[in-house]
Design a protein around this ligand. Structure first.
Ligand code: 4NP
Length: 150
């Protein structure tokens, strides 16, 4: 079993999209995974997925009404095998919180693709379509990497 935690700033746009897209991939293609998402900030804790992000998922037949935003905790670091951030800033925030990354678990979603880069925050860009496409690209590459290794 592989435990995957997706992380972004608020846990209402990008990391929940990644969580639910990855869940769908696993349900279609198989694998033994525990999948979750969380935020580096507590700003949105308890809130539902931001409606434009939920709408992008719904357009792809994915429903996320049960999700509520939660903040990443120190115990998550031990509980998960792979901690997948949406952008470099999330990596820095986690490393600051944890005093580094002693087990080398923290990575960035699009680093699994041939074009490593950050996923721009659609909260600011308002481009939820591009965010969805990039997250789906990253999830596909992550799935392939993790299922090849195990
Ligand atoms: P996310 O987007 O990190 O993709 O969930 C954001 C959501 C909320 C805020 C920032 C980014 N905010 O500043 O409240």
């Amino acid at each position: 079993m592989i435990k995957v935690m997706f992380v972004c700033l608020g846990n209402i746009c990008r990391s929940p999209m990644a969580e639910y897209i990855f869940r769908k991939l696993v349900s279609e293609r198989g694998g033994d995974f525990v999948i979750a998402s969380s935020a580096t900030s507590s700003e949105e804790a308890g809130n539902r997925v931001y409606p434009p992000a939920a709408a992008m998922l719904a357009q792809h037949g994915i429903h996320c009404q049960d999700k509520r935003a939660v903040r990443f905790t120190r115990s998550d670091y031990d509980a998960y095998d792979v901690i997948v951030c949406m952008e470099r800033r999330n990596v820095s925030s986690l490393e600051r919180m944890l005093g580094g990354d002693p087990d080398g678990k923290i990575c960035r979603l699009l680093d699994f693709t041939d074009a490593p880069r950050d996923i721009a925050d659609p909260w600011y860009t308002r481009d939820f379509k591009t965010a969805y496409a990039e997250i789906a690209e990253g999830c596909q590459a992550l799935y392939e990497t993790l299922t090849k290794q195990n």
